[in-house]
Design a protein around this ligand. Structure first.
Ligand code: SAJ
Length: 408
């Protein structure tokens, strides 16, 4: 069978590669000619451990090709971004454009699947679009929604091992989509309808957002009460039915900080906890920025000179190089803006260049700074914190991400 994946980003590319590795002839489509060119050369344009070898293998054996245009295939997968517009309204224009691009190629018996995170009802909406252009195909093609749920950094393993939820517009569509994913998914394939599958994806990420908001709220309360939040959470989690997540400097990435808005936009009156969680997690970044500014002011009053500040980490979570929607990045940028005359050192071990700014090695940043701000718990920082007698040095340390939590 031949499958056509529209979108060669963080999810579309790995999924195309795994499909090709499992005996499916795959065409990967992306509107960016640079991505297509690199992919056809067997070069990865994203960072993901182990994926480059697999890409080279499937390009070399002819199982996988990339193009800027779709071709006639047996199955089509829409794996394009669904960002939100200015007012947090979901923007499904990429899903619509991708769907329009495959409509001319559809024939009887084909499978069309949306994987992109989408507001409830998008699959039905796209089916209406398809049948308005190709009424003769009504009842003759299979349409389903199957959200991805892989964790960046662990994509290959999770693509094969995670369970998947598959929601067809009808039972036959669910069957057909299950038949496809069965070729490479070892996890269970759970059947449902398209609306439930769409909501399931939004629910998974909103649930994590709500849980992180709880941890972030605790961290703000604890700061005021003079309690170590890391110790508190560790102790509370010793209860057999309590499992609190970790606070941080906000929630980043392009999923958890985005998807809950797809629910709040459509259900503003009903989605109370989901909306509050978004507010709390966004507020946590403002709170961290204020804490840094206050620490700088206090230092200046006490010492009679401006402090040197080390902003440690820019990525949106530990041990990756992804800066998209990163609260660490936005706090640092805001500080550079609000304190243009300050001595601010920025360190991010996983990135070589940022906004034309000279990044400083984390060891140098630590040595030179009076105020150390841990924003992302990269392993390098955790090791550094273990090695150094931070508590004996006259440095001010703001640990927003738990770098010091296991310090012996
Ligand atoms: N974070 C915390 N505290 C925690 C855990 C995470 O502050 O205890 C922060 C991280 O630092 C980061 C953000 O949350 O800024 C998101 O990181 P993450 O590791 O929780 O998730 P993502 O965005 O990398 O991937 C999520 C995953 N969803 C869930 O775990 C429910 C992944 O399985 C999805 O496939 C992915 O979103 C997606 O594509 O939707």
């Amino acid at each position: 069978m031949k499958a056509c994946f529209i979108g060669l980003g963080y999810i579309g590319l790995p999924t195309s590669i795994i499909s090709a590795k499992n005996g499916i002839e795959v065409l990967g489509v992306d509107i960016n000619p640079k991505v297509v060119e690199l992919t056809n050369r067997g070069e990865l344009h994203i960072v993901e451990d182990g994926l480059d070898t697999l890409l080279k293998e499937v390009v070399a054996n002819g199982a996988f090709r990339a193009s800027t245009e779709p071709e006639e295939s047996d199955a089509y997968f829409i794996v394009v971004p669904t960002p939100f517009k200015g007012d947090h309204e979901p923007d499904i224009s990429y899903v619509e454009a991708a769907t329009r691009s495959v409509i001319p190629f559809l024939k009887e018996g084909d499978l069309y699947v949306i994987e992109s995170t989408s507001p409830i009802g998008t699959t039905e909406l796209m089916s209406k679009l398809i049948f308005s252009e190709r009424p003769e195909l009504e009842g003759k093609i299979y349409i389903a929604y199957c959200p991805e749920r892989v964790l960046p950094g662990n994509i290959i393993q999770e693509l094969e091992e995670n369970d998947r939820v598959i929601g067809g517009l009808d039972e036959a569509s669910t069957d057909k989509a299950i038949e496809f994913y069965r070729q490479f998914v070892k996890g269970e394939l759970h059947r449902t309808n398209s609306k439930t599958a769409e909501m399931c994806k939004l629910t998974e990420n909103s649930s994590r957002d709500v849980q992180i908001a709880f941890a972030n709220e605790l961290s703000i309360i604890c700061e005021k009460a003079g309690i170590n939040v890391w110790e508190l959470i560790r102790l509370a989690n010793r209860h057999p039915r309590v499992n609190i997540l970790q606070p941080g400097c906000g929630v980043g990435g392009h999923c958890i900080a985005v998807d809950p808005y797809f629910i709040t936009a459509d259900y503003p009156m009903e989605a109370k906890i989901i909306a509050s969680a978004r507010q709390i997690n966004n507020y946590k970044s403002f709170w961290c920025h204020e804490k840094v500014e206050n620490a700088m002011l206090r230092f200046e009053l006490r010492e009679g000179r401006k402090p040197t500040v080390a902003m440690m980490g820019l990525a949106f979570k530990p041990n990756i190089d992804d800066l998209r929607e990163s609260p660490a990045k936005s706090i640092t940028l805001k500080l550079l803006q609000s304190c243009p005359d300050a001595n601010i050192l920025v360190s991010e071990p996983n990135v070589s260049e940022f906004n034309g700014l000279d990044l400083v090695s984390y060891k140098e940043a630590y040595e030179r700074a009076d105020i150390i701000v841990f924003l992302t718990a990269h392993k390098e920082f955790v090791e550094l914190a273990q090695e150094k007698q931070i508590e004996l040095e006259s440095k001010v340390v703001l640990d927003f991400c738990g770098v010091l939590k296991n310090k012996k």
